[in-house]
Design a protein around this ligand. Structure first.
Ligand SMILES: C[S@@+](CC[C@H](N)C(=O)[O-])C[C@H]1O[C@@H](n2cnc3c(N)ncnc32)[C@H](O)[C@@H]1O
Length: 208
């Protein structure tokens, strides 16, 4: 179980901000649930909540706790959501959430793979959202002997864009809170104008 103080932080401060104005939809995927502070809050807001946790013991504890509920617990790597044992297809979730997890992913390449997988499994129009701790000496000391690879907010914006996300919001306060949308395919419209900018190139002119 998460400590009461940590659960209150995630449930009363982080998630209400991160989800404000977001339609969560029916199917939500949470990556790196750990002891389940976010899981407890999210599961009451969707029809189906899938959580992917890589530590076997943590996943087993969650599976016990949520047996018979709308939470499905899977043990595996968030950077490989299509692997055997997970096998989540493209466009299978309305929302993907990750809280305080990315800085536990040891390399930037692996973090980018998590972002790419979040994008892949989202339905068009779906949202990837969450939070993470900002780089600090205090956080560094807290993680002695543990993985510590915090994301740098300005670079995070570009990294989200690179895997395909748009309409990105980043809030940098005591921590980083983000939302990023997988846009539906844009429709192409050509608006004629009087200047050459609005004219079709010769090969695209309608035949008379
Ligand atoms: C600090 S805990 C955060 C727990 C919870 N999300 C919260 O905010 O309270 C980070 C969790 O992410 C998990 N994790 C780290 N890398 C992961 C990966 N590649 N795939 C799945 N889970 C991962 C860790 O095992 C750990 O349980």
């Amino acid at each position: 179980m998460p400590s009461r103080q940590w659960a209150a932080h995630i449930q009363d401060e982080v998630l209400p901000q991160a989800t404000a104005g977001v339609e969560l939809g029916a199917d939500l995927l949470e990556l790196g649930p750990g002891p389940g502070a976010a899981t407890d809050w999210l599961r009451h807001r969707v029809r189906r909540l899938v959580v992917v946790e890589q530590e076997e013991e943590a996943a087993a504890r969650l599976a016990d706790r949520y047996a018979g509920t709308n939470v499905e617990v899977a043990c595996g790597d968030a950077a490989a959501l299509g692997n055997p044992g997970l096998g989540y297809p493209d466009a299978s979730f309305d929302t993907v959430v990750t809280c305080t997890m990315l800085h536990h992913v040891p390399t930037r390449a692996a973090q980018d793979q998590v972002l790419a997988e979040a994008f892949r499994v989202l339905r068009p129009g779906g949202v990837f959202l969450g939070s993470d701790s900002l780089p600090s000496d205090g956080l560094h000391h807290f993680h002695v002997g543990d993985t510590y690879n915090p994301v740098e907010p300005a670079a995070f914006l570009t990294r989200l864009q690179t895997v395909g996300f748009a309409a990105i919001t980043l809030r940098v306060g005591p921590n980083l809170i983000f939302t990023a949308r997988k846009e539906s395919a844009p429709s192409l419209t050509v608006t004629p104008t009087s200047g050459s900018c609005g004219k079709l190139p010769p090969e695209d002119q309608p035949r008379r």
